[in-house]
Write a protein that binds this ligand. Structure first.
Ligand code: FES
Length: 123
């Protein structure tokens, strides 16, 4: 029997002023693994869409090919969604400011809607 490969994932949860490190088995979903071990992290949709679970990667990397809610540009800038991310490497990440990634990704569209008179969804 082979020992599963594990990767140390460290999360700086700055809104709660705590840092948690766990050795996550290769290919395991990071958010779910933390929850199974009693460590609750920010989440909402759990499907890679809402960006509530977004983090900044400070070092290392995670596998996030299943995410549809984070643009390639933001992934390249070092953001990740922990609800769809899997451990494939050691990584240190920090939670984002509230709505940071949402604003980066959708802010330009929201600005154009807010500047229109009448029904904001009638575009
Ligand atoms: S919980 Fe919604 S994108 Fe991760």
């Amino acid at each position: 029997m082979t020992t599963p490969i594990k990767h140390k994932i460290t999360v700086h949860f700055h809104q709660e002023n705590r840092t948690v490190s766990l050795d996550v088995p290769e290919g395991e979903n990071i958010l779910q693994f933390f929850e199974k071990n009693g460590e609750t992290l920010p989440f909402s949709c759990r499907n890679g869409c809402c960006t509530t679970c977004a983090v900044r990667i400070l070092s290392g990397s995670v596998e996030q090919s299943e995410g549809i809610g984070l643009s390639r540009q933001l992934q390249e800038k070092g953001y990740a969604l922990l609800c769809i991310a899997k451990a494939n490497n050691s990584a240190t990440v920090e939670t984002q400011e509230e709505d940071e990634v949402y604003e980066l990704q959708f802010g330009k569209y929201l600005d154009s809607i807010q500047n229109k008179a009448g029904n904001p969804f009638d575009i």
